[in-house]
Design a binder for this molecule. Structure first.
Ligand SMILES: NC(=O)c1ccc[n+]([C@@H]2O[C@H](COP(=O)([O-])OP(=O)(O)OC[C@H]3O[C@@H](n4cnc5c(N)ncnc54)[C@H](O)[C@@H]3O)[C@@H](O)[C@H]2O)c1
Ligand SMILES: N[C@H](CO)Cc1c[nH]c[nH+]1
Ligand SMILES: [Zn+2]
Length: 440
C-alpha cells in the first residue's frame, strides 16, 4: 500500500535524498497571490474585510468576531467531564515541561569593570492561532498558551475559525480550553484573515478592539502559513507548522500493528499529511502494508487517510542498515520521528534533524499530540533542519545589557579604534577616544 523507494546498498547524498524522499507538495509561494489581497484588505478595513472573507471561506457571518467572555465559562461548564479531565492533565504535564524551559538572566564578567548581561524579556503581546478547518484542536490551545504564559507574556489573543454549527463561534472545546487556561481574549476568525487581523489590529462591529500583536504562533493550513510569510517582519512568527508528518525508523523488531496505527494516526489530520516508514526489514514493510489495509478500512476517516497514505508525500523507504536509516531520516527532517528499533534510545540519541523524537514502543506520536508534556506545534516540510517547535524560548527575546566602567573602556579603546579604522569607519573609534580627551 505504501509506495516503496529502495535505497538498499546505496544511500545518496543528503541533497539527493531531499529531492528523492516523499514530501508534501504544499507550495506556500503558489498561494501567496491569493493571500496577498486578503492581507491588504484586512490592513485597509480591518474587521469589515475579515468578516467578508470569513463569510466566503468559512460559510458563516458572525455578528461580531470577539467572543463574549461569558461564552468561555459556559463552554467549560457544558464540557464532557472526561474531556475536561484530559485537558487538565494535558495542561498539568505541559506546564511541568515548559516551566523547566524558563531562562535565567546571565551576567558575564568580561574584564574587571566590564560586564555583559543577557536579559530574557517576554514578547509584549502575542497572537496564538488555533486551527479549525477539517478538525478542531483544543489541544493546540494548550500547546500555544502554556509556553507563552510560562515565558511571562502579558497579553495574548487566541484566534480560531468560527464554526457555522456553533453560531459562528469557535468550537466549544476550544473555548473551554481557553477558560481552563485563563485566556479571556478570543476572536472567532481563521485563515489568512485571522493572521492579518492579529498583525494589523482592528475594531469589531460592537466596538471591541483587537490591539496589534508583536508575534504570531501556531499551526495552520497553507493560507495561514502564506499569511505568516507575508507578514513576517511586521510581526514575528514561529517556524512553519503545516500539514502533519510522521516518519518511523524501524527494524525487524518493530510491531507492524503499532507502526501502522501510528502512520494512520497522523494521516488522519489531512489529505496532505505525510506518513513515511524507513525500515531495514522487507518483512516489516510487508506486514505494515497488510496492517494498513486492515486498519484503514476500520477507522473513521478512511477516505482522508487513504488519500494521505497514497499521496506523493507518503511512502516506505527500504535501507540496508539502521545507520543508513539515520541518514535518510536526517535528510527528511520529519516533524515527528519515531524510533522503533533495537536499542531505540541509543539510535534516537544519534538523530540530528527532527521536530520531536519518540523513543521505543511506548511513545507513539499521539501521546505527544496530547499528553506527553512536550509541545506538538512543530516544524514541518523539512524546517526541522533549522528550526524548533514551540517552546518558552519562542516567546522570549535575549537582550544584551553592556555595562563598562571608564577604566574598562580605556583598556580596550585602542582595539576598538583599530577595528573601526580597518572597516573605514573612523567615527566609531572617535566615539571612544572623545571620552579620553582624544580628537572627536
Ligand atoms: N504542525 C503542527 O504542529 C500542527 C498541529 C495541528 C494541526 N496541524 C495542521 O494544521 C492544518 C490545519 O488546517 P485546517 O484547514 O484544518 O485549519 P485552519 O484553521 O488552518 O484553516 C481553516 C481556515 O482556512 C481558511 N480557508 C479555507 N479555504 C480557503 C481558501 N480556499 N482560501 C483562503 N482561505 C481558506 C478559512 O478561512 C478557514 O477558517 C492541517 O494541515 C494540520 O495537519 C499542524
Ligand atoms: N499531530 C498534530 C501536529 O503535531 C497535533 C495534533 C493535535 N491533535 C492531534 N494531533
Ligand atoms: Zn496529530
Amino acid at each position: 500500500m505504501l509506495r516503496r523507494t529502495d535505497l538498499r546498498g546505496r544511500v545518496p547524498s543528503a541533497a539527493e535524498l531531499r529531492a528523492t524522499l516523499p514530501r508534501a507538495e504544499v507550495d506556500v509561494d503558489a498561494v501567496l497571490h491569493q493571500v496577498r489581497p486578503v492581507v491588504e484588505a484586512v490592513r485597509a478595513t480591518g474587521v469589515t474585510a475579515a468578516l467578508e472573507y470569513t463569510e466566503r471561506f468559512d460559510g458563516v457571518r458572525p455578528a461580531a468576531i470577539r467572543v463574549p467572555v461569558a461564552k468561555l465559562g459556559e463552554s467549560l461548564a457544558a464540557l464532557d467531564p472526561a474531556v475536561r479531565d484530559a485537558l487538565e492533565e494535558s495542561i498539568r504535564r505541559a506546564t511541568l515541561v515548559h516551566a523547566d524551559q524558563r531562562r535565567v538572566d546571565k551576567t558575564t564578567q568580561v574584564v574587571p569593570g566590564g560586564t555583559v548581561t543577557e536579559r530574557w524579556v517576554p514578547v509584549g503581546r502575542v497572537g496564538l492561532y488555533v486551527p479549525g478547518g477539517l478538525a478542531v484542536y483544543p489541544s493546540s490551545v494548550i500547546m500555544n498558551v502554556v509556553p507563552a504564559q510560562q515565558a511571562g507574556v502579558e497579553s495574548l489573543v487566541v484566534c480560531s475559525p468560527p464554526q457555522a454549527e456553533f453560531g459562528g463561534l469557535p468550537h466549544p472545546a476550544i473555548l473551554a480550553a481557553c477558560e481552563l487556561l485563563g485566556v479571556t481574549e478570543v476572536w472567532a476568525v481563521g485563515g489568512a484573515q485571522a493572521i492579518a487581523l492579529a498583525a494589523y489590529g482592528g475594531t469589531d462591529t460592537d466596538g471591541a478592539e483587537l490591539t496589534p500583536v508583536d508575534l504570531i504562533t501556531g499551526p495552520g493550513n497553507v493560507y495561514v502559513t502564506a499569511a505568516k510569510r507575508l507578514l513576517r517582519g511586521l510581526v514575528g512568527i514561529d517556524s512553519e507548522a503545516g500539514p502533519t508528518e510522521i516518519a518511523v525508523l524501524a527494524d525487524e523488531t518493530a510491531d507492524p500493528v503499532h507502526v501502522a496505527a501510528d502512520l494512520i494516526s497522523q494521516a488522519e489530520h489531512d489529505t496532505l499529511a505525510a506518513s513515511v516508514l524507513v525500515t531495514t526489514s522487507v518483512a516489516l514493510a510487508e506486514a505494515v502494508d497488510a496492517e494498513l489495509g486492515r486498519q484503514v478500512a476500520a477507522t473513521k476517516h478512511t477516505e482522508r487517510i487513504r488519500i494521505a497514505l497514497g499521496g506523493p508525500q507518503s511512502g516506505c523507504v527500504l535501507v540496508s542498515t539502521v545507520d543508513d536509516g539515520l541518514r535518510v531520516v536526517d535528510a527528511y527532517a520529519a516533524e515527528h520521528l519515531e524510533i522503533q528499533t533495537v536499542d531505540a534510545a541509543a539510535v534516537a540519541a544519534r538523530v540530528r534533524n527532527a521536530g520531536a523524537i519518540f523513543v521505543g514502543a511506548y511513545a507513539p506520536v499521539s501521546l505527544g499530540d496530547y499528553c506527553a508534556g512536550s509541545n506538538h506545534v512543530l516544524p514541518t516540510g523539512g524546517c526541522a533542519r533549522h528550526s524548533s517547535g514551540l517552546s518558552v524560548q519562542t516567546f522570549l527575546r535575549g537582550i544584551h545589557v553592556i555595562d563598562y566602567s571608564e577604566a574598562a573602556l580605556r583598556e580596550v579603546a585602542a582595539q576598538v579604534v583599530a577595528l573601526a579604522d580597518a572597516e573605514d569607519l573612523p567615527a566609531h573609534g572617535q566615539a571612544v577616544t572623545a571620552r579620553f580627551g582624544g580628537a572627536s
